[in-house]
Design a protein around this ligand. Structure first.
Ligand SMILES: NC(=O)c1ccc[n+]([C@@H]2O[C@H](COP(=O)([O-])OP(=O)(O)OC[C@H]3O[C@@H](n4cnc5c(N)ncnc54)[C@H](OP(=O)(O)O)[C@@H]3O)[C@@H](O)[C@H]2O)c1
Length: 355
């Protein structure tokens, strides 16, 4: 068994440790981790590991953590009724060769990990979907699924919430870290709504590329926030950068209708910042909470159907330009983790690691 560990209080420090594979007890199954995507989203799991309990999903030795990933695994051994070796599943995985799970509710669609240490954590992360019965799955879009499915789900919920709360009709939607996959997916969905004006804020190095994708009406570098027209606007903050937040809030001030705190891609600039923030207090957006709300409004199956319907056109669009880089093994994982951590992955690219 191999595990990729990150030091919790210094995310730049990482190492691989070897141990004996776990015993598979009654009611348990052993998954062999096959591959996963690695984007800024995974870095945010580490940045928020303590505050939002992300370290609790896949425990590690004291002071170290296993950064959660989204990807595919195969059931290698099973002592759980209804879970068959050879089944391929998609779900939340550790950066490890194996994961021991305690399947509950197994069926054609997969199962839920009922391991006691996960019980108090958000249920949106517990499901392992069998590829054979998954409406999102297509063999030719596995890479995009690993990289983008959870991000797209989030973007779907952001688009849905902005429309539900009437914010798409109250001035432009200004999105930070506009080059991130989450922002691009949200912009792709919002752009399909009539009369929404979308402004993407990004770093100067990415502005030309992002503008060329054509999903934002306007693309502006962080240094040029002052050039935006004043008036009502909504801020969707995916950068989490204290200086960018202050610049947007100061520019729109009391005209800012809503400020939605979604991400922390600029993790080194994250924090409350100095001085009082003009305009509305940012509201934290947490996708699993919105999943709970829409599952109760529409039913879980209807929510899944709506997201899957929107997913396939998005897959075709992003698949037409995204360059997926494939790495293999733990050394490739270590190298890629550090590239993503330090923001060295151009927005045109994304990384998938096979173990
Ligand atoms: N709240 C929720 O429920 C929820 C759900 C899903 C995702 N999210 C969050 O959304 C964010 C987007 O994740 P993603 O996977 O879509 O990102 P991504 O595609 O990997 O995009 C990364 C982008 O972030 C910026 N960036 C990354 N590292 C940086 C660094 N070290 N320094 C400065 N800029 C850096 C760059 O954008 P710019 O140059 O454009 O700034 C870069 O293009 C993450 O924080 C993720 O956790 C939140």
């Amino acid at each position: 068994m191999s595990d990729f560990l990150v030091k919790r209080d210094d995310l730049r420090e990482c190492r691989v440790v070897e141990s004996e594979p776990p015993e598979v007890g009654e009611g348990q199954a052993l998954l062999g981790v096959a591959s996963f995507g690695l984007t800024a989203n995974n870095i945010t799991y580490a940045v928020m590991g303590e505050a939002m309990s992300y370290w609790e999903f896949f425990p590690a030795e004291d002071g170290w953590g296993r950064v959660p990933m989204w990807g595919f695994a195969e059931v290698e051994r099973s002592e759980a009724a209804g879970v068959t070796p050879g089944t391929r599943v998609y779900g939340y995985l550790p950066p490890s060769s194996h994961l021991l799970v305690q399947p509950v509710d197994p069926g054609e669609g997969g199962f839920v990990d009922g391991a006691p240490h996960r019980a108090a954590l958000p249920s949106a992360y517990h499901r392992y979907a069998a590829t054979g019965a998954d409406p999102f799955y297509r063999p030719d879009t596995e890479d995009i699924q690993m990289l983008l499915r959870p991000l797209f789900f989030t973007s779907f919920l952001i688009d849905d919430q902005l429309a539900d709360e009437g914010l798409v009709d109250r001035g432009p939607i200004v999105i930070s870290s506009a080059s991130s996959k989450t922002a691009l997916a949200a912009a792709f969905l919002l752009a399909r709504r009539e009369s929404v004006e979308l402004i993407g804020l990004t770093s100067a190095r990415s502005a030309k590329f992002v503008a060329g994708l054509g999903v934002y009406d306007r693309c502006v570098a962080y240094e040029e926030i002052g050039s935006l027209d004043r008036g009502p606007a909504t801020f969707v903050d995916i950068a989490g950068d204290a200086a960018v937040r202050m610049a947007v809030h100061s520019h729109f001030s009391e005209d800012l209708v809503h400020s939605m705190a979604v991400g922390v891609t600029h993790w080194e600039q994250f924090g409350p910042g100095e001085g009082e923030l003009p305009g509305p207090t940012p509201t934290f957006f947490f996708a699993p909470d919105r999943v709970t709300k829409r599952s109760s409004d529409w039913g879980p199956a209807e929510l899944e159907r709506r997201v899957a319907d929107a997913w396939h056109p998005f897959c075709s669009w992003i698949g037409s330009w995204l360059e997926v880089r494939h790495g293999s093994g733990f050394e490739a994982l270590r190298h890629t983790y550090l590239e993503v951590l330090h923001g060295r992955v151009p927005p045109r690219e994304a990384h998938v690691i096979g173990l």
